[in-house]
Design a binder for this molecule. Sequence first.
Ligand SMILES: *Cc1c(COP(=O)(O)O)cnc(C)c1O
Length: 594
Amino acid sequence: MAGQLNSTKRLIAYFSMEIALENAMPTYSGGLGVLAGDTIRAAADLRLPMVAVSLLYRKGYFTQRLAEDGSQTEEPVEWSVGDFLTEDSARASVSIENRRVELRCWRYSAKGVRGFEVPIYFLDADLHSNTEADRNLTGSLYGGDSYYRLCQEVILGIGGVRILRALGYNDLTRYHMNEGHAALLTLQLLDEEAAKEGRKSIRSEDIEKVRSKCVFTTHTPVPAGHDRFPMEYFTRVFPGQTGFLDLKDASSADLMKRVLQAEQNFLDLQEAARRGASLNMTQLALSLSTYVNGVAKQHGETSRQMFPEVPIEAITNGVHAGTWTSAPFQQLFDRYIPSWREDNYSLRSALGLPAEEVWAAHLIAKHKLLETVREKTGLKFDPEVFTIGFARRATGYKRADLILADLDRLREIAKNSGHFQIIYAGKAHPNDAGGKDIIRRIFHAKKALRKTVPVVFLDDYNLELGGKITSGVDVWLNTPQFPLEASGTSGMKAALNGVPSLSILDGWWVEGHIEGVTGWCIGESRRTAAGNTPADNTAEAESLYNKLESVILPLYYNDRAKFLEVMQHAIAINGSFFNTQRMVQQYITDAYLH
Ligand SMILES: *Cc1c(COP(=O)(O)O)cnc(C)c1O
């Protein structure tokens, strides 16, 4: 029974392509991995018998370098696996192109507030017995082509279930797929069910059994977030496989049609490949899960429109409160709300904190951030000046440059309502040319605005920088194109630190926003059917400018007491709720025990 920490039976297996646990472990690229790490930490706090599986990325995601003009280049990250993880003796293997790919695993243990531990196993193909190419399959995150990616998903899904068996986890009652990347685990579970009956092909009773054990969380309405592989890739990975489903069985045939999104039935997988079918990982996960959810109420709605064939619920994301609360606010909460770590709901009493102590804690966090700005860029930002923060993956729909739409207008606002400065961070995916353009545009605007509106872009956004930016600015800006921000979590980190949001009403903000109380909205609520009209960039930029000019800057400079009330409401109303403790409790009652 190697690896069974605390001699606890594990009931929930959580599968994620990326998991962010420590800043120096480059095992994540962004929001999905950060959420996975925060979920696991909350599970440990709640003493939930969970075990997690991911891949080990020896070359990590990447280190971001930015040239004078904002052009991004990527460098591999060097890290020493043994400094963070312990190798386990368990082994498993998967078959890829008829080669046996051996897998080992490395354990990390997330320790909760009461000492309970949740083990996370990182699968590693870097073994001498594997070919050079196979050894690299767990090399980099989002690094290769689509075929490489499919091989990684075979390791995560199929290899992941097999390593859990090798580790002795035989009592698992739920398999949680954090995004469709892990969907191939269903094939391994189907195989196991058929094998129990001495069969080779899958029948409806196997499908029912597997479905009763699987949970699927979909994370984005953006098509690129939903993996589809040409069926020809699939048959290349598994050349011996003609059919794993008994197509004479009606529900098997139906499953195959749905997963391949095909009109007709194919005789076998090879035929599907010849006819150009493709394997849809989201459909596979949807078809084989007893519980499916989106990551905010609005996103549940959007997902139901995208996939009307299955019921889709919503559990709104959160962040791990103990992790994302800055040191000065941790000390403040420890003093006045001592139970806040074990019971995040108690943060609701933040309204009773002495306002001057909230301000003092905020100033410490702000100074820390401005110190980092100085270390990274040599620029001296003024702590007296209202500071706007924006940090997230640089990609089209997040519209990092919306606030830069009209530079003259920005200069005018600074003159009329008070000075402000903007702090940016965020990596563009290596192949996202549009995202890289956005960073260059921000650098261009930064030059044009010079001292009137100081702008800085901090390179190499990561967990540590994320913590500093979300806690050290005065307002958290979010300008996604509705309805593409499924949830967003950085605004929740800000809320825990008393930093209100100024955001488009999308993702979590639809639920967290109370105008003038927890922060401010940009544009209109678009929850109605009319909300499906495309975003009007000019109108939304204008709305942002108006809020800044006539509401937020005057409040900050002329009515600090009222501004502090908004800060305290951000903690009390949003920090107490948008955390992974509440989120995991919802998963327990709605998905794990249901
Ligand atoms: C919180 C965080 C994210 C996710 O933020 P979103 O608001 O969901 O985009 C991504 N990367 C890092 C480093 C983070 O800390």
